[in-house]
Design a protein around this ligand. Structure first.
Ligand SMILES: Cc1cc2nc3c(=O)[nH]c(=O)nc-3n(C[C@H](O)[C@H](O)[C@H](O)COP(=O)(O)O)c2cc1C
Length: 204
């Protein structure tokens, strides 16, 4: 016997849903950490943009992924640069960087760097060409592992080749999560801080 579907709240049968599920998905998969991704195009212009569809894909090998959704003109600059050059850096967005990060989400004409537009200082990377954000406490230098088309998105998978951690986020030489002031994106222009922490023991 099939169960009667619930009639309270809001029910969304996706097959009958006329619009995009963007608002639902981006409001319920929260909070999302923000990868502030730097790339360099083949002409040497440095690009910088935030991507909150971002997570760890694999630990061994160490792979992170972010998911650019196609814009009105198709592929965004960041995935295009990764496709063409094979390199990128994930700079982690922390509380002190939010305003600058937001500036870099503006759509700029091709050839104009968000680093310069938003007055963001570059730092040389160790093993890839794209620069890091000098003020970022955490930077992951990555080389392309794969690009995977999923509908109107392109999953960008990158192998982490080099990790930068400032002393502000380490204790005795190890990364210390209690010091990483990561910001989470909620929906639209809403964000969360990660300072409200608690611990809970896992069951054996
Ligand atoms: C906090 C934040 C998170 C974002 N996350 C994403 C994302 O996960 N996927 C996406 O396609 N666009 C995302 N955007 C929008 C892009 O940053 C924006 O389209 C940007 O102009 C892309 O730049 P690019 O063409 O230089 O790569 C986000 C914007 C903000 C402010």
């Amino acid at each position: 016997m099939t169960e009667t579907p619930p009639t309270t709240g809001v029910q969304i049968d996706v097959d009958d849903h006329p619009g995009s599920l963007y608002r639902v998905l981006s409001s319920v998969v929260v909070p999302r950490p923000i990868a502030w991704v730097s790339t360099r195009d083949p002409d040497g212009v440095d690009n910088l943009a935030p991507y909150s569809f971002f997570t760890v894909a694999s630990v061994d090998p160490p792979i992170v992924l972010f998911a650019p959704v196609d814009g009105p003109d198709g592929l965004k600059d960041t995935p295009r640069n990764v496709r063409e050059t094979g390199e990128f850096v994930v700079n982690l967005v922390t509380d002190d960087l939010v305003e600058q990060m937001n500036e870099t989400s503006a759509t700029l004409p091709a050839g104009e760097s968000e680093f310069d537009h938003a007055g963001i200082e570059r730092a040389d990377s160790a093993v890839v060409e794209p620069p890091r954000v000098a003020g970022a406490d955490v930077a992951l230098e990555c080389t392309r592992h794969d690009l995977v088309d999923v509908g109107g998105s392109t999953l960008v998978l990158g192998e982490v080749r080099y990790v930068h951690l400032t002393e502000d986020v380490t204790t005795d030489g190890n990364v210390d999560v209690s010091k990483v002031d990561a910001v989470g994106r909620l929906a639209g222009s809403q964000y969360a801080r990660t300072r409200d922490r608690f611990s809970i023991d896992r069951p054996r």
